[in-house]
Design a protein around this ligand. Structure first.
Ligand SMILES: CC(=O)SCCNC(=O)CCNC(=O)[C@H](O)C(C)(C)COP(=O)(O)OP(=O)(O)OC[C@H]1O[C@@H](n2cnc3c(N)ncnc32)[C@H](O)[C@@H]1OP(=O)(O)O
Ligand SMILES: O=C([O-])CC(=O)C(=O)O
Length: 462
């Protein structure tokens, strides 16, 4: 067994210097860096709990039990934290920060999602070499089992792409390193190793799954092979048939980076964490997360936005007046539907992910008719939502913009959009699952109450 392998199997037995010594010929890998970071983080969590473990986070009110647990402090999520006014920070960094700091592809301007994953896992900005190493590692792991290919090929094209995606990801559990290790009696303190391997496999295999679904449902012929000399987003674009379009590849780099993580309480992230807390492997956990992402109030909203825009254009034309757009928005609200792409459970300002996409559009497609319509809607919806008086946040979220960019480049099959969101969200969920197992996160089991029980509690107290 090589020294590097021995180190990886028993990282805690040897110090960081030894690990660095073993890898002088190549950059320190993500797994090696993680092995260095875990012992200190275990101590950090212990110290935090010792200092603050018995302190209150404030009262829980009954409305929070009925109201979807809004603002209830209930989860630990290290990769990112969401501020209602400012938006997301990945390991403390805003979207403009990471656009500046993360490594880029040669000639590219957008951050490479490989770098974002490194940042989510370690809290550190990787070197160009480390990012290249990650691209190559994922390319080497990208093949999917033949039976998963067959499973996808047998899905009727009428089955929603998200259902196909979730089926395929769940089926990857067949080869889970963690499920196998658990059956073989792996010790709790070593859970993170096979969970790391599964997480890397999961992310690496998503382009082949996503590409196969796209070509099966929408045509486009045989899938090309993964090119190990190219980055993750280029390969995904190529599998979809857009590898020759550098602007589309750049868009995917930005898209995957900004959709990756949105702290822990959103439906997909929380579902992944919850399911994994039962020690279900990362494939089962992420399959469950995808089923949540497929809901129209969450990730599917990007599909809904495009459908809504198309219906609007069909009704009032491609370049409508403000009055016609206003009337259309009101008719949506009056018929008891939501305006897709607007509002948010936490945010109270324009989503910085919307802004990042708008800036991309201003640079690459300023004259696109649908982009202009999206801008026009931005000037009208917030006032109407405020006037309607219900939504706590009248501003656009990430989903208000993404479909327009994809459509511009010819990816206009909106039912497919949430699959791309799903590829991206795997980065954030996987990073947290690795840490949850490294830090020994317990089974999740909050307390529930019936309405009768609540009435009794307060009757007894009054
Ligand atoms: C990646 C993402 O998941 S981002 C979110 C994507 N989802 C969408 O864009 C769908 C449209 N938006 C919405 O439905 C909501 O704003 C959500 C689901 C995102 C957030 O929901 P909540 O936290 O419950 O929002 P909020 O507290 O503001 O809701 C209060 C009321 O305003 C309504 N409301 C909120 N946003 C909108 C909207 N965009 N259009 C119409 N009504 C809205 C709610 O439906 C709710 O109505 P109700 O009292 O009749 O039930
Ligand atoms: O944070 C949320 O609840 C929804 C959201 O924007 C995301 O998950 O990206």
């Amino acid at each position: 067994m090589s020294l590097a392998r021995a180190l990886l199997q028993r990282p805690s037995a040897l110090g960081p210097a030894a690990i660095r010594f073993a890898s002088t010929a190549r950059p320190v890998s993500l797994k090696e860096r993680l092995a260095e970071l875990i012992p200190a983080e275990i101590e950090n969590v212990k110290a935090t709990r010792a200092a603050h473990g018995k302190k209150s986070f404030g009262p829980v009110i009954v409305d929070q039990l009925y109201g979807g647990m809004r603002s209830l402090p209930a989860l630990i999520w290290d990769g990112s934290v969401l501020d209602a006014e400012e938006g997301i920070r990945f390991r403390g960094k805003t979207i403009p920060d990471i656009q500046k700091a993360l490594p880029k592809a040669p000639g590219g301007q957008e951050p490479l999602p490989e770098g974002l994953f490194w940042l989510l896992v370690t809290g550190e900005i990787p070197t160009q070499e480390q990012v290249i190493q990650l691209s190559k590692d994922w390319a080497a792991r990208a093949a999917i089992p033949e039976f998963v290919e067959e499973l996808l090929d047998r899905c009727p094209p009428t089955l929603h792409p998200m259902s196909q995606f979730s089926l395929a990801v769940t089926a990857l559990n067949h080869d889970s390193a963690f499920a196998k290790a658990y059956q073989e009696g792996v010790s709790k303190k070593d859970y993170w190793g096979p969970v790391f391997e599964d997480s890397m496999d999961l992310i690496a295999k998503l382009p082949n799954i996503a590409g196969r679904i796209y070509r099966n449902v929408y045509g486009g012929g045989k899938l090309p092979a993964i090119d190990a000399s190219k980055d993750y987003s280029w390969n995904l674009a190529n599998l979809l048939g857009f590898g020759e379009n550098p602007a589309f590849v750049e868009l995917l780099r930005l898209y995957i980076t900004i959709h990756s993580d949105h702290e822990g309480g959103n439906v997909s992230a929380h579902t992944g964490k919850l399911v994994a807390s039962a020690l279900s492997d990362p494939f089962l956990s992420y399959g469950a997360a995808l089923n949540g992402l497929a809901g129209p109030l969450h990730g599917l909203a990007n599909q809904e936005v495009l459908l809504w825009l198309r219906k609007m254009q069909a009704k009032i034309g491609e370049e409508p007046t403000d009055e016609a757009v206003k009337e259309y928005i009101w008719s949506t609200l009056k018929s008891g539907q939501v305006v897709p792409g607007y509002g948010h459970a936490v945010l109270r300002k324009t989503d910085p992910r919307y802004t990042a996409q708008r800036e991309f559009a201003l640079k690459h497609l300023p004259d696109d008719k649908m982009f202009k319509l999206v801008g026009q809607i931005y000037n009208l919806v917030p006032n109407i939502l405020l006037e309607a008086g219900k939504a706590k946040n009248p501003w656009p979220n990430v989903d208000a913009h993404s479909g327009v960019l994809l459509t511009h480049y010819g990816l206009d099959q909106m039912q497919y959009y949430t699959v791309l969101f799903g590829v991206s969200r795997a980065f954030g969920v996987a990073a947290q699952l690795i840490w949850d197992r490294a830090l020994g996160a317990p089974l999740e089991r909050p307390k529930s109450y019936s309405t009768a029980a609540i009435q009794k509690i307060f009757k007894d107290k009054s």
